[in-house]
Design a protein around this ligand. Structure first.
Ligand code: PEP
Length: 269
């Protein structure tokens, strides 16, 4: 497949972070495969690197997509401990998370490195999920939109809009990740609008409207409906809850229901 979306997808992406041995990952993938994915909804799982290959084998034929949590900027070379996009593509990954806040804030990835990783992913035929989001301090000092605009400009500035067509952006407020505190649906929607404004400022025009945007930050089966009821939000990036197959299946089922309800409400003509 070409690394792009034919239209804005309904995507639920699970980021397993540094959890699950290969054996545990296989069991989780089997349970997700058994639960299935409703029509018109895409499910992605991003296991740790050692579990990619066995999870790929389990997921074969399930329609569930495989992704990675990170990549290096170079395709190969003397970069001990790193993994390239080409290697990820070769083991069946279709997508890769770029600029997750745990890497930005915990491992020193700055805007410039995130921009290079985004380009590396596109080069290696992976659909990047580019994470942006403000810290609690930035939020409390009223800087949220400025932070999002800066992160978007740094990542996407200079990229021809067409070449960035196959990307996903995740709005992930840092204060909501792994904390059990989530943004409201209305807030996430307003921030998705701010992200699309940032893309328009970069000259994207109508492509900004076509840009898939996920919400991430303490999403559960219980609250995902609030986000996906917002027309500006196309799906969810899920951390902790994605580790439990029942919860992940519940989130995906809820996402499909909300998508169908939204479609039914869309005026025809
Ligand atoms: C994440 O890891 O991107 C995330 C949103 O985590 P959690 O769902 O646990 O907040």
């Amino acid at each position: 497949m070409s690394a792009s979306w034919p239209r804005r997808p309904r995507l639920v992406a699970g980021n397993w972070k540094m959890n699950k041995t290969a054996t545990e990952a296989i069991a989780t993938a089997r349970a997700l495969k058994d639960a299935g994915v409703p029509a018109d909804t895409a499910m992605l799982v991003c296991p740790p690197f050692p579990a990619l290959l066995p999870v790929r084998d389990v997921l074969e034929g399930s329609g569930i997509l495989l992704g990675a949590q990170n990549l290096h900027t170079e395709p190969h070379g003397a970069f001990t401990g790193e993994v390239s996009g080409a290697m990820l593509t070769a083991v069946g990954c279709r997508m890769v998370i770029v600029g997750h806040s745990e890497r930005r804030h915990g491992m020193g990835e700055d805007d410039a490195l995130v921009a290079r990783k985004l380009r590396a992913a596109l080069r290696d035929q992976l659909i990047p999920i580019v994470c942006v989001g403000e810290t609690l301090a930035e939020r409390e000092s009223g800087e949220t939109e400025a932070v999002l605009t800066r992160q978007i400009a740094a990542a996407f500035g200079g990229l021809v809009a067409e070449s960035a067509r196959g990307t996903v952006i995740a709005y992930e407020p840092v204060w909501a990740i792994g904390t059990g505190r989530n943004a409201s649906g209305a807030d996430a929607s307003a921030m998705a609008d701010a992200i699309r404004r940032g893309l328009r400022r970069l000259g994207w025009g109508e492509l900004a409207d076509a840009q898939p945007i996920l919400y991430g930050g303490s999403v559960t089966a219980g609250n995902v409906g609030e986000f996906l009821a917002e027309p500006a939000i196309d799906g969810a990036l899920v951390g902790g809850a994605s580790l439990k197959p029942d919860e992940m299946a519940g989130i995906v089922a809820r996402a499909a229901l909300t998508a169908n309800a939204r479609l039914a409400e869309t005026p025809v003509g």
